[in-house]
Design a protein around this ligand. Structure first.
Ligand code: NAD
Length: 399
């Protein structure tokens, strides 16, 4: 293996002209961006550290073989790493934002073991500035392979990593779940409750109709919380297997009939749990006609474009910004990582401690809703403001 690493920050920032990498429109004062390549094994990756004012830059490693160009991969790593700075900041974590993207070989969906080893070495070259977790195309198993080459990884089972430093006598049910989805589900549930309370003045969801798009890892846990509180669920998915699961879990009346569009169904709360971009010019009128008052879910990048948050506000639909609502998983991974690096100085993050922390997503959202109303702004803009304040204040303190 011959790994070559090139610091391309100055090229992207237009401080140095480079034949290979040029100034990039998505560059946003990123602290460091590297390009890593191992020609022998066909490994190519970019790692971006956006901001470390709050702490090491935590963010997932994406494996994607459908980038049309390096330009696209760079755009992805720059935008996603910036997004992680805001997400970690609003979540109140002592962590900054970063991301890595591996340019996959055409036709592949997952990295090989040697590619993950190379990624581990590239991460290690940053000396802890960036901490990698799983993302689209990578799993806990992949990150554990990278862990063979670097300690700077998160989102992996603590028991697999640090048996020797685990506190004595810790009950097995107190050990945090290595899977982020249940924490994301709980955080999204608290987000839905906070939004319903603010917009509809209700303390619980009993009797409200809640439409859910996508019945995957997160939604399966989330829907149980919603049902237990008495919400009337209507759920859609595109795979027969997930549809069967909906019927098995909640009965046939909860499965959206084939041929119907979930965003057009009469409902109080719409919960996007599938892919991004489904809040757009074409769908907002359907939500309005359906009587939806709240949009709150776990899907990433729910808004097709920033102006759609304004459109929701004009339509009197309260939007819980996606990266605030779905931060449960990163809170769980982040707290475990912070304990792992300083076990003597940090309280062991038991499952309950993490759940209590994730529950605070509801309070954070309440602050955002109040602030947005007072300022006459949409909630997405206010979440970004809050995120920016969280790292700019740290920068000011350090200066
Ligand atoms: P998943 O892949 O397990 O589930 C997604 C489900 O959506 C699948 O069952 C899929 O068939 C379904 N789906 C796709 N397109 C659909 C459509 N048009 N209509 C109806 N159903 C559709 O994913 P997940 O882990 O549950 O994550 C869901 C969303 O939440 C994703 O956007 C993900 O990026 C985001 N998210 C997840 C986590 C986490 O901890 N898993 C954390 C933060 C954000």
């Amino acid at each position: 293996m011959t790994l070559e690493i090139e610091d391309i920050t100055d090229s992207l920032a237009n401080r140095r002209s480079d034949l290979r990498f040029r100034a990039h429109v998505d560059y946003d004062d990123h602290e460091k961006v590297i390009y890593a390549e191992d020609k022998d094994i066909g490994f190519r990756a970019f790692i971006a550290v956006h901001n470390t004012a709050r702490g090491p830059a935590l963010g997932g490693c994406r494996y994607w073989s459908r980038y049309g160009s390096d330009e696209e991969a760079i755009s992805d790593v720059l935008r996603l790493s910036r997004g992680m700075t805001y997400k970690n900041s609003v979540a109140g974590l002592a962590l900054g934002g970063g991301k890595s993207v591996i340019i996959g070989k055409p036709g592949t969906r997952q990295p090989s073991a040697e590619v993950m080893q190379a990624l581990g070495m590239a991460v290690n070259s940053l000396g802890g500035l960036y901490v990698s977790a799983e993302d689209v195309g990578t799993s806990v198993q992949h990150i554990l392979i990278a862990r063979g080459r670097t300690p700077y990884v998160a989102g992996v089972p603590l028991t697999a990593l640090c048996e020797e430093i685990m506190p004595q006598g810790i009950e097995s049910q107190a050990v945090p779940n290595p899977d982020p989805s249940p924490y994301t589900a709980y955080g999204t549930y608290r987000a839905i409750k906070a939004a319903a309370r603010h917009r509809l003045g209700v303390e619980n969801l009993a009797g409200l109709t809640v439409t859910v798009k996508g019945y995957g890892h997160v939604a399966q846990v989330l829907c149980r919380y919603l049902a237990d509180e008495g919400a009337k669920l209507l759920i859609s998915d595109i795979t027969p297997q997930a549809c069967r699961q909906i019927v098995a879990d909640f009965g046939p009346e909860t499965l959206l009939a084939e041929g119907r569009e979930i965003m057009s169904v009469k409902s109080d709360i719409y919960v996007p749990c599938a892919l991004g971009g489904d809040i757009n010019d074409g769908t907002i009128p359907h939500l309005v006609l359906a009587g939806v008052k709240v949009v709150a879910g776990c899907a990433n990048n729910q808004l097709k474009a920033p102006q759609h948050a304004d459109e929701l506000r004009r339509s009197n639909i309260l939007y819980a910004p996606d990266y605030v609502a779905n931060a449960g998983g990163v809170i769980a991974a982040g707290l475990q990582y912070l304990w792992m690096v300083k076990p003597q100085m940090t309280e062991f993050p038991t499952h309950q401690i993490i759940m209590d922390r994730v529950a605070k997503i509801g309070l954070t959202l309440e602050q955002i809703f109040v602030r947005a109303e007072a300022a006459g702004l949409n909630t997405a803009v206010v979440a970004d403001q809050q995120g920016r304040e969280g790292f700019v204040q740290r920068l000011a303190k350090a200066a």
